[in-house]
Structures are given as C-alpha cells and as structure tokens.
Design a binder for this molecule. Structure first.
Ligand code: ADP
Ligand code: MG
Length: 469
C-alpha cells in the first residue's frame, strides 16, 4: 500500500514524499479514502499511529477548491491543547506547501489580535482549542456558518479536560450538513454519545491494539522513598546512557523544584508545566528539540500528545495517579521504531497506583534495584524487604541530603494540574477539573479503563520499518 493508492492529488503526494513518508500507517490507509469521499468518520487508534496526517492530508485536497470568505472559516479542527494545535498547524504547513491554503491558529496564551486579523482575511483551516474559540465566538468575531468540515481530534483527551460541553455548543453553531471527523485513542461512553449526536452515518475505523505491551519500551520500576528520589534520579541519569529524557512529575511545584535542582547539579534540564505561558512553553520545547537541553521535566497536561522524537528515557519521578497517564507518558519514548527505557519511581504510597497501572497494561513491570548507580534486574520473587531504605550512589560521596520533596499526605492530594490561566473572563474554562468530583461542567467522565479499552499506548510495529525516525 502506498500513498499514491489512496486517491490523493499529485501535488500532495509530492509534499508527502518530501516529508519523508514512504507508506501510510494503517489508520491513514483506511481513513484517507473515506475523508476524500466526504464521509463522516470515527478513527480510533492509539497514540503515535499517525492520526494527524489521516485528516490533514485529505483535507488539503478537499479544501483545494473553493473560496475563502472573511470571518467564515471553511473548516475547523479542534484540539485539546495549544501544543497539539500547534503540531497540527505544522503538519498543514509541511504538507500544504504546494497548495494555496490559509490557516489560522486560535489558541490561548498568544495575542488575539493577529488571530482575529487572519480570520478577517478569510481562512480555509481554523485550528483551535475549544476555550479560545468559544471566547471569540461569543464576542462575535467569528462565524461558523460557512464551516463545512469539522475535526474533533484527541476526543478522549477533550473529555478528560472537560471540553465536551464546549464541543457540543460549537457543533450546534456549524451548518447541519457538514462533514465531521472524530479521532481518539479510546472510545469511552461520553465520546460515543457525542459521536452519535453529531456525526451522520460515520465510517468506523479502529486500528487493533497490539495484544501485548510495547516491546520497544523496556519498562522498570524502582522502589524508593520520597526523600531519596532526587538522588536516585541523578544516579540513573549518570549511569544510564541517557541521550534525552523526559522526567514526569505529578505536581507543577515538583516540576519546578526538580528542574531547579537538576540544573544546580549541572544537568542540562528544562521544564514544561501548565503555569508557564505559551511562548515560554514553546521556547522550552524548542530548546529540548534542538538539543540545547537534554532533560525536560514535565507535567502530564503540558506533555501529553507531544511528538518529540528520539527520547531515550522516560522517568516517572512520581508514579502517575491515573494509569492512562502512565501509558501516555511512556509513549513519549520508543516512538517511530526507536527503543526506549522507562523508569517508574514507586514509594510505599504508590502501591495502589502501580497496581492499577499493571492491571491496565496487563503486565507486571519488572522491578530493578539500583546498586552502585547501575540498574540491575531484581530477582522477581524477592521483593526488597526494606523499601524505605534510600537508594544510594555508591561511588559518589554523599552530598547534603536533598530537601524533602513536598509531598502532601494522600488525603490532601490536590486536583490535577490546571492549565495556565487564560486571559480575562474565561480563565476557568481551560482549567482542569479534578477527575473524581467534576464540577458542573459535564456528565461525569468515566475513566477510559471503565470501557473496553486495555492498551491505548505507544508505538505500533509498522513504525519500525516505515519511519526514518
Ligand atoms: P497520533 O495523533 O496518532 O498520536 P501523530 O499524527 O502525532 O500520531 O503521528 C505520530 C508520529 O508518526 C509523528 O512523528 C509523525 O510524523 C509520524 N508519522 C505519521 N505518519 C507517518 C507515516 N506514514 N510514516 C512514517 N511516520 C509517520
Ligand atoms: Mg494526535
């Protein structure tokens, strides 16, 4: 199967070849012809399977004909986060080089003026986060009545972030006869409901998940006490062959403090979390991609879905509280055929969290002990008797003990990280409701694992040969 078999135009095939893709991924092969035929579509495939190009490519051809009109975008792509929106925009730029298409990016945290100006001149593609779009719509700066093509991307993530009511509102502003595409890694009930309501006779494509865990990611768990985590991390960073790593923490404060402490220890570390404004997040990401820094300390919200190539290691400095976050985190490594290693730090408090991760992924993550700074496989049947013993770097003289990680007692667990405050009156919209007790926003969002889903994680086999990396 080649891209040429899918019905795309020669101009488009040219830019696909220029981008280095030789073969469509399974979701692309199945989705592209349907989109070209203007059908509604539900595309379910795990993270990293190339869902973006499965709508961007045919959209470019679909939009190649027709006229732009002021304030009336011809198509709309909804993305849950600014980073994902920016990534989709990059895709349009890359594949659309041979087409005369105008695009506008409507995301929080950047000046609205230019965005409004672009809209005024007429755009073919509008890529937006729901909050910012609603904002502009309510101010009368945009008309959605000319928008005949809607893409709801990363729908499960939208659900997690409480965006479903906004999406429903947006759908009701679009023309009733339109093409609607919905993409998601999983299909929890509220997403199914949304699809039933707003899609017409959609073609349903689901790319099978690998039966077992992703073999391109070597996963480990390491027992440690909260106060010994930093030392353990430094030790692993020195002993492991770390070229680039993302280090995940559960709290923004931990992200900040850890990044600072790593820099203090001489590591080239940066940080990305929801309290940073958009330009600094993108700047930090660029520094990471460019190799100016090789360690990125991150929170889940800021990092989910980001396509960062060639990350050799993932460190879960904190065991994630939600098992699907684990899947998304380790999915940042082992992408596009490369192998990666993931280390998850578990404290005695994390017993329950790690158990649900292992249940979701259907594997027992091998435990390693860190002796003399090197990871060794621990004998499976001999769990450490004294897990509270801090792990030490045998080689280095013991430095002053790092300050205690601020880890509040369990009951005091804060809500999940909120995205950065948006400007003015809509500040609340993009904030992340705590998952357990969601406020008025939406029907209670069941965790995806309550549905059919097992593994929605990383990298399929096909990327092993089709991707240049
Ligand atoms: P998803 O939205 O499914 O998580 P993305 O669209 O972000 O996945 O794509 C994941 C990675 O796969 C990106 O780096 C992208 O460039 C790459 N990719 C997409 N399609 C192909 C292809 N046909 N061949 C090789 N790599 C691809
Ligand atoms: Mg995607």
């Amino acid at each position: 199967m080649s891209f040429a078999d899918l019905g795309l135009s020669p101009e488009l095939l040219q830019s696909v070849t220029a981008a280095g893709y030789t073969e469509p991924t399974p979701i692309q092969a199945q989705a592209i012809p349907s989109v070209l035929m203007m059908r509604d579509l539900i595309g379910i495939a795990q993270t990293g399977t190339g869902k973006t190009a499965s709508f961007v490519l045919p959209m470019i051809d679909v939009l190649a004909h027709g006229r732009r009109r002021a304030l009336m975008p011809r198509s709309l792509i909804l993305e849950p986060t600014r980073e994902l929106a920016a990534q989709v925009a990059e895709n349009f730029e890359k594949y659309g080089v041979n087409h005369d298409l105008k695009m506008a990016l409507l995301i929080g945290g950047v000046q609205m003026g230019d965005q409004v100006k672009a809209l005024g001149e007429g755009v073919d593609v509008l890529i937006a986060t729901p909050g910012r779009l609603m904002d502009l719509f309510e101010r009368g700066k945009i008309l959605l009545t000319g928008c005949n093509l809607l893409v709801i991307d990363e729908a499960d993530r939208m659900l997690d972030m409480g965006f479903i009511p906004d999406i429903e509102t947006i759908c009701s502003k679009l023309p009733a006869t339109r093409q609607t595409l919905l993409f998601s890694a999983t299909m929890p009930a509220p997403i199914k409901k949304l699809a039933d309501k707003f899609l017409t006779n959609p073609k349903y494509i689901e790319v099978a998940r690998p039966a077992s865990n992703n073999e391109q990611i070597a996963q480990h768990k390491v027992r440690v006490t909260a106060r010994a985590k930093r030392e353990l991390l430094r030790s692993l960073l020195r002993s492991e062959d770390v070229s680039t790593a993302i280090i995940f923490c559960n709290r923004k404060t931990t992200v900040r403090e850890l990044a600072k402490s790593l820099k203090g220890s001489g590591f080239a570390a940066g940080e990305i979390h929801g309290d940073m404004d958009q330009p600094s997040r993108l700047a930090e990401l660029d520094r990471f991609k460019a190799g100016t820094i090789n360690l990125l300390v991150a929170s889940d919200v800021a990092a989910r879905g980001l396509d960062i190539k060639g990350v050799s290691h993932i460190f879960n400095f904190d065991t994630p509280w939600h098992p699907d976050d684990y899947v998304h985190r380790i999915g940042r490594t082992g992408r596009a055929g490369a192998t990666g290693r993931a280390f998850t730090f578990i404290t005695p408090d994390d017993a329950e969290a790690i158990a649900s991760i292992e249940k979701l992924t259907g594997t027992v993550i091998p435990e390693v002990t860190i002796e003399g700074g090197a990871a060794e496989d621990a004998p499976r049947r001999e769990p450490r008797k004294r897990p509270e013993r801090p792990v030490r770097e045998a080689s280095a003289p013991r430095e002053a003990r790092p300050p205690r990680e601020a880890s509040p007692p369990r009951e005091a667990r804060p809500p999940r990280e909120a995205s950065p405050p948006r400007e003015e009156h809509t500040a609340a919209r993009e904030s992340h409701p705590p998952r357990q007790h969601q406020p008025r926003r939406t029907a209670p969002a069941p965790r995806p694992e309550a549905e059919s889903d097992g593994w929605n994680g990383p990298v399929p086999d096909f990327l092993g040969f089709s991707a240049a990396g």
